[in-house]
Design a protein around this ligand. Sequence first.
Ligand code: GAP
Length: 509
Amino acid sequence: MSESAASAETTMENLVALSKRRGFIFPSSEIYGGFNGFFDYGPLGSELKKNIRDCWWDDMVRRRDDIVGLESSIIMHPKVWEASGHVDGFTDPLVDCKESKVRYRADQLFFAPVVVEANTVGYVSALESERTTEELQEKAETMKRKKAVQGTLAPVEPKDFTEAREDEYALIPSPATGEPGSLTAPRSFNMMFQTNVGAMTDGSSVAYLRPETAQGMFVDFKNVVDTGRVELPFGIAQIGKSVRNEITPRNFIFRSREFEQMEMEYFIHEDADWEKEHKIWIQWCWDWLKSIGLPESHLSLFDHEKAKLAFYSRGTTDIMFKYPFGVQELWGIAARGNYDLTQHANASGKSHEIFDEATKKKFVPHVIEPAVGVDRIFLAILCAAYAEEEVTDDKGKTETRTVLRLSPRIAPVKVAVLPLLKNKEELTTRAKALYKKLQRRYAVFYDEAGAIGRRYRRQDEIGTPWCVTIDFDTIEKEGDTFTLRERDSMEQKRITEAELLTMLDEHVY
Ligand code: GAP
């Protein structure tokens, strides 16, 4: 992807429209009106998603000697979530609007007193966005004008609803109605989905669907150590679905209720330099994002304030991505100490210590955890890859082409094989032979319908890096060469089958 990608035309509306039009992502249960916070990945989306997973798994697990894989169950013993702290602490602050019945996350609902000449004349509110402060300021100006208050309006000082005083709750307008008096005090809302296991539906059968894959690695730690021939430092990695009853799922697949995580727990010696290990993993994740085509210009780091960290955490750094709706967390890299293993050892009564030959001492390893969502990477990739550009065809006609500048590593289709004409058997036979050969190793697409220019455009829009056209030179001239058309530059050159295979081998790994 080029650095200039994600320009003005990369709006969420464009990305959602393209996703639907070309079969990347559909709203879940769409024929029944959709289901908020759930999405389905269509034919191209499931390919792209699989490529993200496969690249991560290959680089994180298969190509390393110190990391092994795991697939743990989605529903685990309920005691897992008590020991991990999720039953008591996996909550978001919730605010209800009694009038409209809309629910808000208190930390995403912002308000400000409207202050004129040191007097508070009312309150304004707005939901978190790139423009929260501007929106509040505009609303404050409107309020001053409507109330015909004389004097200078002070600049708004936004706070989120968790910071509101009790006496302010009734004064802050609900974003749904624009009127004060209907918002409740914030209360904790546990985001874990509950279910019942077995025939009984009483309290004894309550279980939870996992809100993160990470606990699987801690709970199976002993099993992996006993069977996996692993030695510190080593990691356990997992890819899988997690679910959270998010109060406000939003921004398409950025925050959904069912999503997929790729998490890795890297266990280190209790005396290891955890800050150094933490930095190594931040760099690894950064480089990996680049390797699948995310431009560095869209990435940044955010260090969580030490004072605001969870009590067990020693440090957390997020890799942030510049989405169209703002700079947001893509990948969290946390140094979690030995909190989780110790909790599970205490709760289960099974030791999670490792024997250190050097010091002849037993200890519970510490852990560094890079945790990322596949869907958030998917969205980041679409945002960075999407472009609309003016192009001029052979006849001098100018048109707008939509192109996804996807890295060949993750593009859902690597090569489109196109016979120049549909009704020339010698062309289609040669094209089909090449297609069948490539299909053994790569996701390829055969298309003989329509003008060649239109076929190129279709492939541009789904991010296919190369088109190979079988034309009369292929069959009439010596050398069995094809026209290779490159997506981003749109340049064309002659290439042999052997050269094509070498090129694919180099770029698709
Ligand atoms: N084990 C640590 C953990 O789960 P997290 O920050 O809650 O940490 C890790 O989640 C990553 O999972 C996030 O950085 C994000 O990429 C992804 N993620 C979390 N909640 C999500 C949601 N509701 N929708 C999509 N992705 C989500």
